[in-house]
Design a protein around this ligand. Sequence first.
Ligand code: IPE
Ligand code: IPE
Ligand code: MG
Length: 241
Amino acid sequence: MSEFSSQAPSANHVAIIMDGNGRWAQSRGRPRLFGHHAGAKRIREILESCPELGVKYLTIFAFSTENWKRTQEEVAGLMTLFRRYIIRESQSLKESGVRVRFIGDRTRLETTLVDLMDELELMTCENDLVHLTIAINYGGRDEVARATRRLAYDVKSGRLSPKDIDEETLPKYLDTLVLPDPDLLIRTSGEARISNFLLWQAAYSEYDFVDTLWPDFTREMFAQALERYRKRTRKFGGVLI
Ligand code: IPE
Ligand code: IPE
Ligand code: MG
């Protein structure tokens, strides 16, 4: 390890596009939902490794606004999986100091799921060890559209003046409100695209595309991605002197 890499700070906020569950299952001759179950099980190990790896914020993409295009069977199976995941993991998340938040448009989700999401957010609201954000029915474009709608209402009602709308004001209307921007965005499964994730927030994130399918992604691979991140040079449009 070079002197530089050992001293470079870790990524404070890591966002992950957990992709490849379907292919993982299909390669085993199993239904896609089998892969989603295996994928959900991976989250715990990655989350638990965050404190030692210096990651304070972990944001994971669980279901996109485009994922409704999948079969009714897969969508329903995923919604059941989300409910079960919350029920099964709630207590352990609370006890291990994880603060959970959800981003995305909740209006299209079933009330039973939304109630569980609200409850988990409330249950963990005093935790501060790791901040886990789960994106369900999330789309970056949808988020910006919803933010713009709320912003327009504030302008209409006189609470906000158009001249005050700038790069500081707009993110206050986004779902990620209190979260810092992601430093590192990892996508598994070999696809090198963002698929509508965190469009505004990831403007200056470092991207890491790994070939491993999400259900095979381990703590060691996560640590390696963070090590690669520490070797990157972030310039934010400036010039290093
Ligand atoms: C990611 O895995 C999980 C969700 C989108 C819900 P995929 O289901 O996209 O898996 P692949 O890309 O088809 O292998
Ligand atoms: C992105 O993966 C969404 C999630 C991981 C939840 P997709 O599999 O839906 O993205 P595309 O279709 O390959 O772009
Ligand atoms: Mg996919």
